[in-house]
Ligand binder design. Sequence first.
Ligand code: COA
Length: 150
Amino acid sequence: MELISITKHNIYDVLRLKLKDDQIGFVSSNAFSIAESSVNPDYQTRAAMVDGKIVGFAMYTEWVNASWMKEQKPGEYYIPRVMVDKSYQGNGYGRKLMESLLNEIEKNRPKAIHIVYCPDNTVAKALYLSLGFEEYGKNSDGETLARLTL
Ligand SMILES: CC(C)(COP(=O)(O)OP(=O)(O)OC[C@H]1O[C@@H](n2cnc3c(N)ncnc32)[C@H](O)[C@@H]1OP(=O)(O)O)[C@@H](O)C(=O)NCCC(=O)NCCS
């Protein structure tokens, strides 16, 4: 798997990625995320590519500058979006995507990496905890916040 930037050549593949019906609401649409990233230069969007096919999407940012941030946490990173297309799920791509994303973020020598998920998203929760994230609270929408301390 390779994590690549969103370009005019792959954006339609990223926009076509879909969730299962019972996952809708677990993560904002990729169109929403790309819109956010277009006005937040700190937001980094990535497409996950396997054998030339786009199978997933993720977004991360350093915890600085966004309007929703009540406090700035330079050196700490936040992953608000991770998804794998419904037709590619269950093949290890979600885990590989997370490992690749953490490797990329760790090149910035972060103090911590935060992630967010719905409390009833048991698959995401188990995946993140197995990678070393520890739950520490909820955001204002009642979603679970977890942190990997480095
Ligand atoms: C979370 C998500 C990215 C995982 O992607 P994936 O490609 O299915 O993940 P993997 O195939 O690498 O599986 C990861 C682990 O979850 C388990 N898993 C995957 N789908 C599962 C399911 N439907 N039921 C139970 N366990 C499941 C796998 O067995 C695997 O466990 P293991 O590595 O300990 O063996 C994917 O389910 C998804 O896109 N969900 C909707 C969006 C979302 O919830 N994003 C996270 C919040 S931002």
